[in-house]
Design a protein around this ligand. Structure first.
Ligand code: SF4
Length: 187
């Protein structure tokens, strides 16, 4: 049975896929290990690769704006990626890379047992929620698996490319907080 520390040590030494040759630093999940909300993105970006932390670049500032708008703090949620190493040039992760890295995400999810999973962007939504998930049509919708409610929102980098998505995503995040309150009443 793995602990959080075990997972971090395995990721730090991991060479299960070729990204281990090109990364600067692996990027572990960060946040509260008792959080009820888990954010999952596809992979670390350039700044994250250099610092070894999730969402510290321009996308991170957008994420912070989204969180602040709905009164969520990074310290009370858990943020991670499907891939723990940066794909060169910010290309989309390859299927074999996602498969190699997915066990780490499974362990993180097993240990955290989140009540809400929020996929950041299409790639994460298609891996976690449904292979044919359409982020433009289905962002903000909910599906349920066992005791976990799952949704997806635009990735902060999509908002950087198209700022008109900011308000839409703020609404989706407010709905996430509302869902958290609704689930808290049920439990
Ligand atoms: S991306 Fe995942 S599987 Fe590949 S080297 Fe990094 S930690 Fe290992």
């Amino acid at each position: 049975m793995y602990t959080w520390n075990d997972i971090e040590q395995h990721i730090a030494a991991c060479s299960h896929c070729p990204l281990s040759q090109t990364r600067h630093l692996p990027v572990m999940g960060r946040g509260d290990h008792n959080a009820d909300i888990m954010l999952i993105a596809e992979a670390p970006g350039e700044q994250e690769d250099l610092k070894g932390l999730p969402f510290v670049g321009r996308s991170g500032r957008i994420l912070d704006e989204l969180l602040e708008d709905c009164s969520l703090r990074r310290e009370e949620i858990y943020i991670t990626n499907i891939l723990k190493c940066h794909p060169p040039g910010n290309r989309n992760p390859k299927e074999e890379e996602k498969e190699s890295c997915f066990p780490y995400l499974k362990y993180e999810t097993f240990l955290l047992k989140p009540k809400i999973i929020v996929c950041l962007g299409r790639v994460a939504a298609q891996r976690i929620i449904s292979p044919d998930f359409k982020i433009t049509r289905q962002h903000g919708t909910w599906t349920y698996q066992k005791d976990c409610a799952m949704t997806a929102v635009y990735h902060p980098s999509a908002i950087l490319r198209d700022p008109s998505k900011l308000e839409i995503t703020k609404r989706d995040f407010r709905e996430i907080v509302r869902k958290r309150e609704e689930l808290a009443v049920e439990y």
